[in-house]
Design a protein around this ligand. Structure first.
Ligand code: NAD
Length: 414
């Protein structure tokens, strides 16, 4: 059948009709089968009769279920293999939870070109937050106050911890925040460390204080976190700050969960009523992320109002995959490379990779940083994805700086 303008217009109208159809069932029109169109169109496939799927004409509409999503996908990654002749005008552009696809006519076929997920640059988001922090610091100084000061205690010489501390003090100096790194040997006793923390708590020049974790095995991390004055606790690990977080009260939110929140909110990703899977339940990362996202948006510390599932090391692999496929937003914070693969991710989902894993590259033997997500594979399926490095990491550091300025302001208020 020649694809005349009139015919193409009819097909387009049919596509619109199908989208508006309350039953969202398959439509036969102009010799074409338009498979069920979801409420928020994902990949719309339109094909010749007899090619691909059998029309669904019976049974209740289950378009809101994830199974319905996969129903109209012809290939595991939801991409029609046939790419049309060059330069036909786009006839439909759909937005799918932030993911764009264009549909093109090609003879009898409407094929969908799939763009890879939009990569959410943590570096760019951090830059935005930095500007706000700088403005805030300069305002404080212009009002006659001291610059906020961040004190960081580092115990031992773990290379990764040294890098984190260096990144924090470097970020502070870039933002007009003064800082000091207090180094103690790995053999420092718990009593000596608590004594140092006490000195910092009482030093009025110190606005924010953090002890870089992990600590050597002979030191009780909980005792150390609880020794930091809650109002100076820029990591938000003090029991009082955790309690306030759980009760949806305004508090110092731990930096990494706060970073995940900022990435989601600044990108404009909807969380209300969405399914979120948090992979990892640690008290510093997974648990607070889940707290932020499930809680009520109208409370003192607004939450995401999402339906949150938490997976952990005892979650069987098939259950992890099952929950992952249901999730609109997946937040991976397990510290397991390649844990989240493309087959586990729903089409158009938001995937935030918190994991930082150091792996040896085969061949060169060099150490490379990777997250928990198979980035290359998942990028072909997701709507949004954060990279590692350059994703959650830079925003985490920015949130430590923001907490330091908050601590300085709180000190002025009291
Ligand atoms: P953790 O070791 O304390 O916790 C890991 C969590 O993952 C645990 O709750 C565990 O039950 C869960 N888990 C382990 N294997 C699993 C599996 N196969 N399936 C499902 N869950 C599994 O680590 P953490 O401090 O919570 O950090 C998690 C990851 O995030 C690490 O890779 C860490 O390096 C990284 N991290 C990144 C940032 C950042 O700024 N980007 C900050 C902190 C931590």
């Amino acid at each position: 059948m020649p694809s005349t303008p009139h015919c193409a217009e009819m097909k387009l109208q049919t596509l619109h009709l199908a989208r508006r159809s309350p039953h969202r069932r398959s439509l036969w029109c102009a010799g074409l089968l338009i498979t069920r169109i979801p409420p928020t169109p994902h990949l719309c496939t339109c094909m010749e009769p007899g090619v691909g799927e059998v029309p669904q004409t019976t049974g209740p509409s289950t378009d809101d279920s994830p199974q319905a999503d996969s129903h109209f996908l012809r290939e595991p990654h939801g991409v029609l293999s046939h790419i049309p002749r060059p330069a036909p005008p786009p006839v439909a552009e759909t937005r799918m939870d932030g993911h764009f696809s264009r549909a093109y006519w090609s003879g009898f076929k409407l094929a969908t070109l799939r763009y890879p997920a939009a990569v959410l640059s943590g570096t760019a988001i951090a830059r935005q937050i930095h500007k706000e922090i700088q403005a805030s610091v300069e305002q404080l100084v212009a009002q006659g106050n001291r610059r906020p000061h961040l004190a960081v205690i580092l115990v031992g010489d773990d290379p990764a911890s040294r890098v984190y501390v260096r990144n924090k003090t470097r970020a502070a100096s870039l933002l007009g925040i003064s800082s000091s790194a207090l180094l103690r040997p790995a053999g420092v006793s718990q009593a000596e460390l608590l004594d140092l923390i006490d000195q910092m708590n009482r030093d009025w020049r110190v606005s924010g204080l953090l002890v870089q974790l992990p600590l050597p095995g002979h030191i009780n991390e909980r005792a150390v976190c609880n020794a930091i004055a809650p109002e100076k606790d820029v990591d938000g690990f003090h029991i009082v700050n955790i309690g306030k977080l759980v009760l949806d009260q305004r508090t110092m939110v731990p930096a990494t969960p706060a970073a995940v929140w900022e990435i989601i909110k600044r990108t404009g990703i909807e969380t209300v009523g969405k399914n979120v899977l948090v992979v990892g339940r640690s008290k510093n990362v997974g648990m607070p992320i889940a707290m932020l996202l499930h809680s009520d948006r109208n409370h003192e510390r607004p939450g995401g109002d999402a339906t949150v599932t938490i997976a952990h090391r005892c979650t069987p692999r098939d259950q992890l995959a099952h929950h992952c496929r249901l999730a609109d937003i997946v937040i991976a914070a397990a510290g397991v490379p390649q844990l989240i693969t493309a087959d586990m991710v729903k089409e158009g989902a938001v995937v935030i990779d918190v994991g930082i894993n150091r792996i040896h590259e085969t061949g060169s033997g060099r150490i490379r940083l990777v997250g928990d997500v198979d980035f290359e594979g998942v990028q072909q399926k997701a709507g949004f994805i954060t990279p590692v490095p350059g994703g959650v990491g830079p925003v985490t550091i920015a949130m430590v700086m923001k907490n330091t300025v908050t601590a300085a302001r709180n000190a002025l208020a009291h």
